[in-house]
Structures are given as C-alpha cells and as structure tokens.
Design a protein around this ligand. Structure first.
Ligand SMILES: *[C@@H]1O[C@H](CO)[C@@H](O)[C@H](O)[C@H]1NC(C)=O
Length: 323
C-alpha cells in the first residue's frame, strides 16, 4: 500500500524559460533562465509557450507525484479563486475553459477543485501571457496562471495537475528506458527542462509505469524557444517514433496517479477497519468502512504511525511533519 506520498512539483510561469527544479525541502536549482530566478523554492517553471503549443503533439510531463505529503492538498480538497472578472466579455472564453478543465479533473471523482470560501491555502487563478503553476500545495495563496490569448482546456488541466502535486513524465528517473532526449536539437537554455528527476527530487511514481501519452509528458510541438531545428524532434521513443504527450485529456495512467497520490482507491479491496495514512495531514488517518475511506483524527497532537497502524507520538510516527 502506498502510504508515502511524494513530492515536489512544478510551477510553470514563464517569462522566457525559467526552469527551477526543486527538491524536497531544499531546492536544488538547475536554473536556467533569462532574467531573474524564481524566488520560490518550490517552483519548477515550464516554458509556457511550449505548453500552449503542445496541444496535439503531446508533451513530456511527469505523472510523478510529490513524496512529501504536506505538499498534497488535504483530503484532495483544492480551493481556488479567480483573480479576474469572469463576466467581462474578454474573459468569457478563457473562463469557460478554466471551468471545463476543473470539471474534467473533478470528474475523476477523487479530488475536488472548488471555489474558495474562507480557506487560507488557495489557488489564485490569474490571466497572464503564459501558463504556470506550482507543484503541489505551497501554503497560503499560490498563483496559477492561464494564458488569456491562447487558452486550451488540456493545458489548463496540465497546470492543475501540477497544482495537485504532479511533475512531468519525461523527467522521470527511468525515462531513458523509454525515450531518447535529442539534446542536439534542444537550445541550451531549455535543457534543464529535460533533466531527469533524482532521488532527491522528491517525486514518486507510485509504481505506475511510464506513460508516453500522459498529459504531463513533453511533446514535439514545434517551439522556437526550445528547438534548434524545428523540423526535427526533441524527443523520440526508442523505436524512433515521435508521438509523445498531448494536451487534451487525462490518460488512464494520469487518472491512476491521482487516485494513488490521494488515496482514493485505498479501501476498495480492504476489509473494514483497515487504516491508511491521510494525504497531507499527519493528524488524520483513513479507516475503511464497507470499502469507503472514512477520515478519522488522532487525539491530541498524535500522528498516525504508518507501520504500526495507530496514533503515536510525532517523533515515533513515520509521517512527514506538517509545514
Ligand atoms: C501572484 O502574481 C502576481 C502578479 O505577478 C504577483 O504580484 C503576486 O505577488 C503573486 N502572488 C503570490 C502569492 O506569489
């Protein structure tokens, strides 16, 4: 059973190419960017126009999820607010797309992205020139940007997946067993975007196998900021084919990863009273009751002890400390 969640994620905000790979708590930067570095330790920026462009071609995104469970959203509940006027005629189209993207993620029936009320950890959805998102919950208000002139439902879903805590598929540590990065055709400043995640990057794949078609995989959609020769691919499969990634839908494995990271399927085959870790909150745990996961709270300041299956002192319980 998968009780450890992983974590660190990505942000896509792009002014040009900003790429910062983060690790668990301390950032290890591989920053390559023009201009200023992102100030956030949690940021992993993607080239936005690259993502706008990868609607059909497929892109490389990691479906890996952050391992730190404090970067997951408590119980899969993700409050958002809109930082623009959705009724303005200029914004109707992009607003419709944002709503459609949220509905598509919510349709998995596991996590819930909903309009914020009084929550303090909130996704602030803004319109900007590019798409960007942090990877996982940052604590407090965190921006997610959507390109106002080129809004695509699948690309917005891709950003929301980052917000949920998923990285890029093409950055997986095992990706060389599946794809070849065509370094000769990638501009230097874009290279960090194609680095592999390391053990310290803080992601887990939940034992879900590589997915060429993931919504979170980079694509070969032509992009002048990344490609040296637009007529050649930047990623090929081992058999030479160039079909990787897409920006239209969650694949089956994308869905599996959401369910695994957020424990939505844990009680499906479990007997009553089986206990599981509760994503994002060490004080809580799940108890199976007729194949449904029911959230319970440990008394006082105890934490759920994963191996022992009971609430214990925090220093004895194997649970990532809450931020
Ligand atoms: C969100 O983006 C706006 C505009 O770039 C910026 O002023 C603000 O500080 C950002 N908020 C956070 C919490 O990063």
């Amino acid at each position: 059973m998968s009780l450890i969640f992983s974590s660190s994620f990505c942000t896509m905000r792009v002014l040009h190419i900003l790429v910062v790979l983060m690790e668990l708590s301390q950032v290890r930067t591989m920053s390559l960017y023009f201009g200023q570095a992102l100030d956030s330790a949690e940021a992993f920026d993607e080239h936005s126009s690259y993502f706008e462009a990868d609607i059909l071609a497929g892109s490389v995104v990691t479906k890996m999820a952050v391992r730190d469970n404090h970067k997951l959203w408590d119980g899969g509940q993700v409050p958002y607010k809109l930082d623009f006027d959705p009724t303005s005629p200029d914004n109707v189209y992009v607003h419709d797309n944002i709503m459609a993207a949220i509905a598509a993620i919510n349709a998995v029936g596991c996590v819930s992205i909903y309009e914020a009320n009084m929550e303090t950890d909130v996704v602030n959805i803004r319109l900007d020139v590019d798409y960007s998102s942090y990877v996982g919950r940052q604590g407090g208000v965190q921006n997610l940007t959507v390109s106002s002139d080129n809004s695509n439902i699948g690309t917005i879903m891709h950003e929301l997946m980052h917000t949920l805590g998923f990285g890029h598929e093409h950055n997986r540590a095992d990706r060389d067993d599946f794809i070849i990065i065509q370094w000769d055709n990638i501009k230097d400043e874009a290279k960090p975007y194609f680095q592999k995640y390391t053990e310290e990057s803080g992601f887990t794949d939940h034992d879900i196998s590589y997915d060429y078609e993931s919504l979170m995989h980079a694509t070969n959609q032509k992009n002048e900021d990344i490609f040296i020769d637009l007529n050649k691919p930047i990623i090929t499969r081992l058999d030479g084919s160039t079909s990787v990634g897409q920006r239209s839908h969650l694949t089956e494995k994308d869905v599996e990863r959401i369910i695994a990271a957020y424990s939505c399927g844990i009680c499906e085959d479990a007997p009553d009273n089986t206990l599981f870790r509760y994503p994002g909150d060490c004080h809580k745990y799940y108890q199976c009751d007729q194949h449904h996961a029911v959230a319970r709270i440990c008394s006082a300041d105890l934490h759920f002890h994963v191996e022992a299956n009971y609430c214990d002192y925090p220093w004895l319980a194997d649970c990532t400390e809450m931020s």
